[in-house]
Design a protein around this ligand. Structure first.
Ligand SMILES: Nc1ncnc2c1ncn2[C@@H]1O[C@H](COP(=O)(O)OP(=O)(O)OP(=O)(O)O)[C@@H](O)[C@H]1O
Ligand SMILES: [Mg+2]
Length: 219
């Protein structure tokens, strides 16, 4: 990103990002920290192609994504991005496997139901939940739910995993499980950008970006 700006019209108008400039290389594990309201979620949503910048340049794998149509953006999102939100956003009346399979709906990829099911099971196994495939979210711990959300984000094998406070709602034991999972994914080459308020998360990441009033700096 070079000089990325995001203005929310309001009123009152808010300049949530101003001159955000940074790079993330393939395979990096980056933590993003900063006070409440500093623009972290906005930046994550811009990286995730869910919010359009109102200025500046954003290149993803060398492609300027600023002038693409919504279908083009959807295609790149499906191929490139897995997003984990702070609230898990699981469907309470669906099993873990069905929740993970939802990740294929956004994919646009032509997978058969059997392929989606196999991938969903493999993704759950990958986050240590092979034994919880048929469980409903209401019967799972916070850490387990978060790992289902991570499995869903990983279903389509995204090149970039984006997370907004993935351990924010978890007790310390569950948070440690999610952190171990991220370290494992990172060791396998997964590129990860995660917002966090936790010094422990930041210490596990290879690099920390610090946000203040809509700007990004290295720390
Ligand atoms: N959809 C929106 N419309 C208007 N203003 C918004 C919108 N989303 C965010 N903002 C404003 O943009 C600024 C940055 O918000 P953002 O959610 O990116 O902060 P944050 O760093 O993620 O904060 P937190 O740590 O509390 O989650 C804030 O002033 C916020 O009120
Ligand atoms: Mg936020």
């Amino acid at each position: 990103m070079r000089g990325v700006e995001r203005r929310y019209p309001g009123p009152p108008e808010v300049l949530a990002l101003r001159d955000a400039t940074f790079e993330v290389a393939p395979g990096e594990y980056v933590a993003m920290m900063g006070p409440s309201g500093s623009g972290k979620s906005t930046l994550l949503n811009v990286i995730g192609l869910l919010v359009q910048p109102t200025g500046g340049t954003y290149r993803l794998d060398g492609v300027d994504v600023g002038n693409l149509s919504e279908p083009e953006l959807a295609g790149i999102r499906a191929q490139w991005l897995g997003i984990v939100f702070q609230a898990f956003h699981l469907l309470s009346d669906r099993t873990a496997e069905a929740n993970v399979a939802v990740g294929a709906l956004y994919g646009g990829a032509q997978l058969s139901r059997a392929e989606v099911r196999d991938r969903a099971r493999a993704a759950l196994e990958g986050v240590g939940l092979a034994h919880r495939v048929t469980a409903f979210p209401s019967t799972m711990s916070g850490g387990e739910r978060q790992r289902v959300a991570i499995a869903r984000a990983l279903l389509m094998r995204p090149r970039l995993l984006l997370c907004d406070e993935p351990t924010g709602n978890l007790d310390s034991g569950s948070a440690a499980g999610v952190l171990d999972l991220f370290s494992e994914l990172h060791a396998q080459g997964q590129t990860i950008v995660t917002i966090t308020h936790s010094a422990e998360v930041a210490s596990r990441a290879g690099r920390t970006l610090w946000m203040l009033d809509g700007t990004v700096s290295e720390r």
